[in-house]
Design a protein around this ligand. Sequence first.
Ligand SMILES: [Ca+2]
Length: 496
Amino acid sequence: MSGSTWRRLVICIAVAAVFGVISSKTGIVGWQTALAAVGEQAADGPAGEVPNFVIIFTDDQGYQDVGCFGSPDIRTPNLDRMAAEGMKFTDFYVTAPVCSPSRASLMTGSYCDRVSVTRVFFPRDNTGLHPNEITIAELLQTRGYATACIGKWHLGHLPPFLPTNQGFDYYFGIPYSNDMSIERDGKRGPPVYRNDQIVEHPAEQATLTKRYTEEAVKFIEQNRQRPFFLYLAHTMPHVPLAASEAFLGKSKRGLYGDVIEEIDWSVGQVLEALRRLGLSEKTIVVFTSDNGPWLIMKKHGGSALPLRDGKGTLYEGGMRVPCIMWGPGRIPAGKTCSEVAATIDILPTFAALAGAKLPEDRIIDGKDIWPLMSGQPGAKSPHQAFFYRRNGVRAGNWKLLLTAAKPAQSAAKPGEKQPPKSADAPDSKAGQSQTAKPAAAPPTVELYDLATDIGEKNNLAEQHPDVVERLRKLLQDHNAEINKNQRPQGVVEPSP
Ligand SMILES: [Ca+2]
């Protein structure tokens, strides 16, 4: 299909969406109805001042790649200060070890398998997060929030899927990963969008972190008088790495360290803007990463130590990410939370704080974790079980993984060289549902006690068959329930 045909098709779909005439594929009519209902319910929410929200989301930053999470050679004074003034989460998870599925969950509060975003999106794809999904931004818009997405989106680049059609008033950034390209005027590289238009191609990557930061600060300044939600999703440290001149060659950890130190500077700029504008006690800031480090990139990848493995695997290194939450006056200073929490919890938590009622026509997997964030004594994780895609489960400190159902990269033992296969490659099974074609061999079983074995080195499956069976049942029930209540991925169909 030619570019112009695509454009015509997409324009037709977008126009049709505006007038609500598409219902079978995109469910736009249902979306409008559902959101209107949410808005009406939300009007009954608590009165008084609601907090602003900022999510700073990095790409492929490892569990160890923050000073206060143990990095031996990357300096992050601003993140360390953020943790000292706020709360560090040590057992914080994403729902998939690759970009798009992880982001789908952050935006919807739902497991990625529930919203059928099970692999990363590519520039040639006609798919995206379904417009019928209700994102954090859409929920907060019902409460009068100004919303902006600055940075990497990666939930579909065709018009119906762009941030401006998923609840964001404003978008500036690249629509997918920075190693993905389109060709325009004989040049290749990722485009930069402002709202729904390409304004730069190829993206000048070395200044992206700096420019995202300037855009973020500007958005905060412009909306200081009203509640706002800023989703600042850095392109870095996904490869190809790039840092601006001020940071190039400055860290002890090579270019990867330079990139993280520039992100740390960016965090400092955002927090400083909030302080300068008198908003620090009116704002909650969450910092985390979309998945573990891309270890096959060696020096251009990060570290998840002491966790096992990294991006593309369901070991802790792929799924557990550094997380800091900050909200002076609301979130206690200098605390550490070791309860299980996840990106799916952010939507219900923010919704509750903003007085927005959750939609009742669908299952939201996340839970309100305000008791954890606000440091209530004895607060426990709301998750009896947390699921690693369809193939693993953590209940308390026990973690069960069904090996035959795991991505290929996971075959690597800690410290071993991994197969040189991109987790973002289109044919990669990394992070994908493996249930379509059951393995011929019976699945081997791994059971770890994360309390005593954070590095997942000692498989205790044979010693604790009772625990294996209990967790296997949890996983089976979860998968059966997801199968029953799965929502579709968004598809823009070519016209007949
Ligand atoms: Ca990523």
